[in-house]
Ligand binder design. Structure first.
Ligand SMILES: [Zn+2]
Ligand SMILES: [Zn+2]
Length: 87
């Protein structure tokens, strides 16, 4: 069990508390994977572009996009994983 966890950090996005017994540990909250509108777990969305469509690197940044298909049009999220500092 986790009853030795002394330190707590709250996610800045959803407010969920994360616990650890190591101060300063970074915990990744999983709320970024859930749709903020309906709460369903979203699917990862990969833009269907050929890697060399625009030639150089400027379109290749590592944005994580998730999609919830429960909506019309589908809801796209660019929310990144939230890192929570436990202290
Ligand atoms: Zn969260
Ligand atoms: Zn949704």
């Amino acid at each position: 069990m986790t009853d030795k966890a002394k330190f707590e950090g709250k996610c800045s996005r959803c407010g969920k508390a994360h616990y650890s017994n190591r101060k300063g540990e970074i915990v990744v909250c999983d709320c970024w994977r859930y749709c903020p509108m309906c709460g369903a777990e979203m699917q990862s969305y990969t833009p269907d572009l050929a890697p060399n469509t625009y030639g150089m690197d400027d379109k290749r940044d590592l944005r994580i996009l998730m999609v919830c298909t429960n909506h019309s049009p589908p809801f796209y999220s660019s929310q990144k994983p939230v890192e929570v500092m436990v202290e």
